[in-house]
Design a protein around this ligand. Structure first.
Ligand code: ZN
Length: 205
């Protein structure tokens, strides 16, 4: 287990970068963030293997900036939400893209065991509006984004989610992926780096 205690939930923002929404031909949410859940059973840590399930022919990486929540957040303001962030962590929101297209909601596509890889959290002070995220597949850069490009800022997303469900200590919030997603094959090595903050490296089996 990468994180102890295990989070009560993992909340992920979808389509939070314009260029990624476009590459999938999706509209960009402009009024409200789109979010979904991944089950805690999908968690793996740095160095663990992402296991490709037989039900999918198209498993893809999504490198993301994620927050580790440190205190209870309910109907919080953006300032309160910012205060409640305990750590920043690199996260790979692994997705069975073919099943995501097939299903009207994403629980199956996003929820397989090993589909949520998280690195070691960084507990220092960070400018939330300027975090660089890079994804490399077999050493080749595939994604590069910055939190400054998000449709909805990190504090806004946390506040928005907390008006729907209470965020609890240990919960993880992933903030969406930039353009450049692509397929994972057995034997690949996929890395997500938050520059100067957190790194994550996983093999694919
Ligand atoms: Zn994602």
């Amino acid at each position: 287990m990468p994180l102890v205690p295990r989070p009560s939930k993992i909340v992920c923002i979808g389509r939070n970068y314009v260029d990624h929404a476009k590459e999938l031909g999706n509209p960009v949410p402009d009024k409200e963030p789109l979010f979904f859940l991944k089950p805690p059973s999908s968690l793996i840590g740095n160095g663990d293997a992402i296991v490709l399930p037989p039900q999918s022919k198209q498993v893809e990486y999504e490198g993301e900036i994620a927050l580790l929540i440190g205190s209870t957040l309910s109907r919080a303001s953006e300032a309160e939400a910012t205060q409640a962030i305990r750590g920043i962590v690199a996260l790979n929101d692994v997705t069975a893209r073919d099943l995501q297209r097939k299903d009207s909601q994403w629980t199956r596509a996003k929820g397989f065991d090993t589909f949520c890889a998280v690195g070691d959290p960084y507990f220092g002070t960070v400018d939330l509006a300027n975090i660089e995220v890079i994804t490399r597949l077999n050493g080749v850069e595939r994604q590069r984004g910055n939190s400054s490009q998000m449709v909805f800022s990190i504090p806004f997303c946390l506040s928005f989610i907390s008006h729907v469900m209470t965020l609890e200590p240990g919960d993880i919030v992933a903030t969406g992926t930039p353009a450049g997603i692509g397929r994972l094959s057995s034997g690949d090595v996929v890395e997500v780096e938050l520059v100067g903050i957190s790194t994550l490296r996983n093999t694919v089996a």
